[in-house]
Design a protein around this ligand. Sequence first.
Ligand code: SF4
Length: 387
Amino acid sequence: MPVNLLDFDSKQLADFVASVGEKPFRARQLMRWVHHFGESDFERMTDLARSLRAKLAHEALVALPSLLADSTAADGTRKWLLDVGAGNGIETVFIPEANRGTLCVSSQVGCALECAFCSTGRQGFNRNLGVGEIIGQLWWANRALGRDARSDPATGDRIITNIVMMGMGEPLANFDNVVTALRIMLDDNAYGLSRRRVTVSTSGIVPNIDRLREECPVALAVSLHAPNDALRDRLVPINRKWPLAQLLAACKRYVEAAPHDGGTPEAGSLGEKWQRKSSPRDFVTFEYVMLAGVNDQPAHARELLRITDEAPCKFNLIPFNPFPQSGFERSGPDAVRRFQQILLDAGVVATVRRTRGDDIEGACGQLAGKVNDRTRRRERRQTEVRA
Ligand code: SF4
């Protein structure tokens, strides 16, 4: 049975190359062909010996999810629906901005966690994505945005400069596959992204925040959404298992471990450049969806400041994207401004996320894909609504 090369990080690729009797440098060449150049046809990998290409044709393939739909919103946000078999589809979104291009990547088919305000959560859950299905989203997007995997042919600049694991699913519930995919994203022979430009967003799986810190530290975002356990239990049910005190302590540990490269190198030196590339960010981003009359009052902002004063952090306030039967409404602009000002006045960085891609349902919390739900959540919900 041929192996899928998209499933392998550099170490696994080296093991595979050794298993077919080839030298280690062939693994680096293959990594560059598959990821950096976005090539899936071994015959086009022209600097590989003919004999190796023949072996690869028998022993390996580059198997990608196939494209079901490709849509572009008026603001340039682009969304792909990719087929991952058995009636399941996952969504990937590219958000172009003046100084960067961010790809929002999915980690699961649906999500098992059922956050109250989340459209993906409503779809139910089918399974974890494999490494090739996670990294395949980046591979696809690079190809769709411009054939060469890393740069804009006109300017030489990268098209995808940032990755956020904020699509469908809870990344830290699919830990091993997500971490392998992260390693490929960071690999200089593959996509060569810095740890600061790759963000994992979690709803708060505390033990795996600690594992991520140890195994593959990248930028960390936490879906906070409430300043106390009573409200968070309702909005983000995983909070009942790992309440705020545990979550915030894990965030503090994560950030404390971030500047681990030792010392402060001279500005502009090679050491500084290396440190900037190899360190994750030294703060946590708290995501906070603004729900009218639920979590958007000044008292909530002040409570947030109290509970987060020990974790270096910034806040990203997200206007809620309504969807049918969500039961929530978006906070008004005045409420959002007032909330943001309380945080800013306390010296905390707080930004308001611009809503992008609304017209193709590519905005935060709107990704729904096609989920062959194994949890029967949708049926349960419909019964509840009828009752
Ligand atoms: S917010 Fe994230 S963790 Fe919560 S249900 Fe949605 S996808 Fe899952």
